[in-house]
Design a protein. Structure first.
Length: 355
């Protein structure tokens, strides 16, 4: 006579748990294989975070009014930070004010607490007055000699609007807002029925040790470069040229053993600012003697392109593509991102041996 013995309850429970785990792992694997993961790298102030904002504007509904209202505070306080930087630069560079009264106003900004809720009522009007001073404009023309936010002039031009009690930043204001990235910021969005996952990591040297945390299982890298920074130095190292830093950083990424099969798309960003500098007479050859071109934008673009191509040793298992961008221009970013999506999809398919 045969007999059967049922499994103890704890064994049955373990079996159910194991089946659930296997099911979840299969589901996760499927989702993982369908997701394109892009790592955004580059030196500080190259425009990585602006690209992330653009992806949200283009593909994820942008920033609603509530979110934009919350960003009014850092924008207002950024005006104070930037006008203080200008004041210090005026003194350091020995530039005289057109009106002596503006020197007094500039000095008064140093004593204002960095909290827009307690700014004096006439603060924004005083900034507008100082911004109209010819001496201040001369200092801005030499801003490559000190650390001034690229968006400072944008907000100075509309400082009265920013200072209004009912000010709500526009999406373009949000794009222009500069807040240093610390840690790792993740953003997900769907573009043309494909799930993208962006990892934005701070570009300052102190943040780069965190990059290794994102190196595993990425589909590709978007490497951002400030093409207009050929005549500027790092905020964290006054001896290092920003463009030279970008070239050295790219070389270290291209040759990194953890990324030996990860292809790279370079965005040579801020081409609009590059063109402005060339028109103003800033000479690339003063900082890169090997530059043989003139003040023509196409000459400069050819030089930048060749500089990065020369750094990238040919490797069979990885590719490099280069695009010139203006990260604050939504239409430009959309056009460029559309053009690279097919390439990124091919990388993704190869990653899982689907082609």
């Amino acid at each position: 006579m045969g007999c059967s013995q049922s499994s103890p309850p704890e064994v049955q429970a373990a079996k159910v748990t194991n089946e659930k785990i296997n099911k979840d792992l299969k589901s996760f694997k499927k989702e993982f294989e369908q997701e394109i993961r892009l790592l955004l790298l580059g030196a500080g102030e190259s425009g990585k975070s602006t690209i992330v904002k653009q992806m949200r504007i283009i593909y994820a509904g942008g920033f609603d009014e509530s979110e934009r209202r919350q960003l009014a505070k850092p924008i207002k306080e950024g005006v104070l930070v930037c006008i203080r930087v200008l004041g210090e630069a005026m003194a350091d560079l020995g530039i005289q004010y057109e009106k002596p009264s503006n020197a007094e106003l500039m000095a008064s900004f140093q004593n204002i607490p960095l909290n827009c809720d307690s700014f004096p009522p006439d603060f924004y009007e005083h900034v507008a007055e100082v911004w109209g001073d010819a001496g201040v404009r001369k200092a801005v023309a030499r801003s490559n000699e000190f650390q001034l936010n690229d968006s400072a002039t944008y907000f100075f031009e509309q400082v009265r609007v920013v200072g209004s009690p009912d000010y709500v930043p526009t999406e373009h204001d949000v794009l222009r807002l500069r807040v240093q990235t610390t840690g790792i910021v993740e953003t997900k969005f769907v573009a043309n029925d494909v799930q993208f996952h962006l990892f934005d990591v701070g570009g300052q040297r102190s943040e780069r040790r965190k990059w290794i945390q994102c190196f595993g299982d990425v589909t590709g890298i978007l490497f951002l470069v400030s093409s207009s920074a050929f005549d500027q130095v790092l905020a964290e190292d006054f001896q290092q040229n920003r463009l030279q830093e970008a070239l050295e950083l790219f070389a270290s990424i291209w040759k990194n053993r953890w990324l030996e099969s990860v292809s790279v798309i370079i965005f040579l960003n801020k081409v609009d600012l590059l063109e402005q500098k060339l028109r103003a007479g800033h000479k690339i050859a003063d900082y890169f003697p090997q530059y043989a071109g003139g003040q023509d934008l196409e000459d400069a673009k050819d030089f930048l392109l060749k500089s990065f191509v020369d750094v990238a040793e040919e490797m069979e298992q990885k590719q490099m593509y280069v695009h010139f961008t203006v990260a604050t221009d939504t239409e430009n970013v959309l056009k460029v991102f559309m053009s690279v999506q097919d390439v990124i999809r091919q990388w993704h398919l190869r990653e899982f041996k689907l082609v």
